[in-house]
Design a protein around this ligand. Structure first.
Ligand SMILES: Nc1ncnc2c1ncn2[C@@H]1O[C@H](COP(=O)(O)OP(=O)(O)OP(=O)(O)O)[C@@H](O)[C@H]1O
Ligand SMILES: [Mg+2]
Length: 370
């Protein structure tokens, strides 16, 4: 009798072992102290350690410290509430590359009903994240035309200045009036112009780099960077820009992807600018773009407001859809990407409203500890 049950049990355990080890997803389970009790081959391959080396260890040995700290709190919470938990993590590999996973966590109970620990199934979403990042990167190129036009504007003045200096140098040389002191003044003045040109280029290059990790950054500084790049264009079209910060003295910090948020803001600002420029062609109109930044208990909020006429209801309904555009030659990709970046990547929200003759884009980004 016993032997029959023993054989059935051994068979079942063997079956579960094979099942666990043939899963492509890394799977592990831990006791209530957070020590690994078991894992499958996919997990041991991922962390590049044998099962014997893994069992009995804590997550700190295999996951980045910040992730382990966060999950220690999550584990504690779900062992009380018995709820499942889904999270996204970044997992650095020994070769320096990065993988992205979702962690599905569930609490398991012992036979007597007490909490036994946590089972975790990991899912590799690197490919999906990379594809989304690629899309975001590509859509950045849509803004590039405007940015290059803007750099061309910004380079115009220093180029005129540089060529004036060179000609002056040549003139003085032909009159045999070049000495050590005016030579060093020339070099100094010309280097200032060159430095300015190189700064505008590096702002542009920085913007093109993808931000790969969420971090805290100052929104005032980010807006300043954006206006370093496109400010001259806006100024050139006589558009007034108003900054309205809740707190004038201090920086306001946002938790998220800096370059991607800059891309969103740039798109909204460019849309407003293009609308204003179009109206300017017809009549004498003072276009204005206002940018407000403030906070409530849960969110950092950015509003971008333009005064160049409301959006028709049938346009407003579709405005965040991919490829929706009312412009000749427009891609209709900008606001769709804005939605992906703000809502999918940064877990916030983006909306648009007409308030009288103004269009208001509202971006809400959750504060770090919400
Ligand atoms: N501030 C605004 N006021 C009125 N309509 C707007 C405003 N911003 C966007 N829209 C409308 O939303 C549409 C979609 O904008 P989106 O930025 O996604 O693409 P696009 O600007 O048309 O194309 P592209 O960004 O490639 O130039 C625009 O074509 C326009 O009709
Ligand atoms: Mg656009």
């Amino acid at each position: 009798m016993n032997t029959k049950y023993d054989t059935a049990l051994v068979n079942k355990l063997n079956f579960e072992d094979v099942l666990l080890n043939s899963l492509p997803n890394p799977v592990y389970y831990k006791d209530i102290e957070g020590r690994f009790i078991q894992c499958n081959t996919s997990f041991s391959n991922l962390v590049n350690s044998s099962k014997e080396d893994i069992i009995g260890k804590l997550a700190y040995e295999f996951f980045p410290k910040e992730t382990s700290n966060r999950h220690k709190l999550i584990d504690k919470k779900i062992m009380k509430t018995l709820e499942n938990y889904l999270d996204e993590i970044v997992f650095p590999l020994p070769d320096g590359s990065i993988k992205y996973f979702t962690l599905n966590k569930a609490v398991y109970l012992n036979q007597d009903g007490t909490v036994g620990g946590i089972v975790c199934v990991m899912n590799d979403i690197t490919q999906r994240i990379k594809e989304k990042e690629l899309l975001i990167q590509q859509s950045k190129f849509a803004e590039m035309g405007e940015m290059i036009a803007s750099i061309a504007h910004q380079w115009n003045e220093p180029l005129v200045e540089l060529s004036a200096q060179v000609q002056k140098m040549q003139l003085l040389y032909s009159m045999d009036k070049i000495d050590k002191s005016n030579m060093s003044t020339f070099v100094y003045d010309m280097m200032i112009q060159i430095q300015y040109m190189s700064e505008t280029l590096s702002d542009f290059r920085n913007f093109l780099k993808p931000s790969t990790i969420k971090k805290e950054f100052g929104i005032k500084k980010a807006l300043k960077d954006i206006f370093e790049i496109v400010g001259k264009q806006i100024f050139y079209f006589n558009i007034k820009v108003n900054f309205d910060y809740e707190n004038d003295e201090e920086e306001i910090y946002i938790y998220g992807y800096e370059n991607e948020l800059k891309q969103v803001l740039l798109n909204i600002i460019n849309n407003a600018k293009n609308k204003i420029v179009k109206i300017n062609e017809d009549k004498n109109f003072i276009g204005e773009i206002a940018i407000k930044v403030f906070t409530d208990s849960k969110f950092n909020i950015i509003e971008i407001i333009d005064n160049a006429g409301s959006i028709k209801e049938d346009v407003k309904k579709h405005i965040f859809e991919p490829f929706f555009t009312t412009k000749f030659g427009g891609t209709g990709f900008g606001l769709y990407m804005a939605k992906v970046i703000i809502e999918d990547k940064m877990l916030g929200s983006i909306d648009v409203n007409n308030i009288l003759n103004n269009v208001v884009f509202t971006i809400k980004i959750p504060k770090k500890n919400n």
